[in-house]
Design a protein around this ligand. Structure first.
Ligand SMILES: Nc1ncnc2c1ncn2[C@@H]1O[C@H](COP(=O)(O)OP(=O)(O)OP(=O)(O)O)[C@@H](O)[C@H]1O
Ligand SMILES: [Mg+2]
Length: 252
């Protein structure tokens, strides 16, 4: 497997508490990786290290072969052009139309002519199943539609890496499945795109992921394929997948 993102011996403390504790992980290029773990285990902190929004106290973050750990502001700005990010709350601008929301990253980061940008916006909205939506406003959309507009905005600049923070949390089962299907479709459509999904939804992880990283106590308790997870005898992982309170897992 070729590696898109690697954490090497990452420790991150807030006060005296180490949220990430000598963490080593590798995320494969071109695949869908789920990062799972219970609430407060450091999933969002991990994704923030990938984006360069947080810096580790110790260790290195390597993305596409580049050590980004000590990047300055300008280097990070350039670096983040390679990313699409779907935020937990779709985080759309309510005063802008759907089209204006989706074109935003292109206007920020590309030198495309306006006509090409508009064509790309329509193409991306069609890809997420929302053709002819350009002129609507986010407040007039359903939750699932908003999520898909957020997805279109994350995709519009054809990123090398797309990060999804809890893409289906709070969605009904049908919308959740639709979003999961879109994650799979996008990973197929865009050659070599690396998809990283943070999720509590273990069923979705087993059904959708090609690789799963399970965080526990600041480290990787298990990393592998869905089949590795289904067959593991690790009592902590089994408890998490069974959703039971009783077991060896400690709740902070
Ligand atoms: N900027 C910060 N300052 C202090 N503590 C922080 C900061 N960011 C995160 N933490 C703490 O780090 C721990 C991990 O937080 P994180 O947001 O990564 O959890 P999570 O795994 O994403 O949880 P959830 O599933 O609830 O979103 C939490 O205890 C949180 O309070
Ligand atoms: Mg989180």
């Amino acid at each position: 497997m070729s590696t898109a993102i690697a954490f090497q011996n990452i420790t991150k403390k807030f006060g005296s508490r180490a949220v990430l504790s000598d963490l080593n992980l590798e995320i494969p290029r071109g695949k869908i990786t789920f990062i799972v773990g219970k609430s407060g285990e450091g999933k969002s902190v991990t994704i923030k290290h990938i984006m360069g929004l947080l810096k580790p106290d110790v260790g290195r973050v390597i993305v596409e072969g580049q050590d980004i750990t000590d990047f300055n502001h300008e280097q990070l700005r350039q670096y983040r052009k390679n990313f699409g990010m779907l935020f937990q709350q779709a985080a759309l601008f309510d005063s802008l139309t759907v089209g204006q929301n989706v074109i935003f990253p292109l206007k920020e980061h590309s030198n495309m002519p306006l006509s090409a940008m508009l064509a790309r916006v329509e193409e991306t909205l069609t890809q997420v199943g929302l053709p002819n939506m350009q002129h609507r406003y986010p407040t007039d959309l359903s939750t699932g539609e908003k999520k898909r507009v957020g997805l279109a905005r994350a995709l519009v600049s054809k990123p090398a890496i797309i990060l999804y923070d809890e893409p289906t949390t709070g969605m009904d089962p049908i919308v959740s499945e639709m979003i999961d299907d879109l994650i799979v479709q996008i990973n197929k459509d865009i050659e070599n795109i690396t998809s990283v999904v943070i999720s509590h939804d273990l069923k979705a992880a087993l059904a959708t992921a090609e690789y799963i990283v399970f965080l526990y106590k600041g480290k990787v308790a298990l990393a592998g394929t869905p089949n590795d997870f289904k067959s593991t005898k690790d009592p902590i992982v089994r408890q998490f997948f069974s959703g039971k309170v009783e077991g060896p897992m400690e709740f902070l």
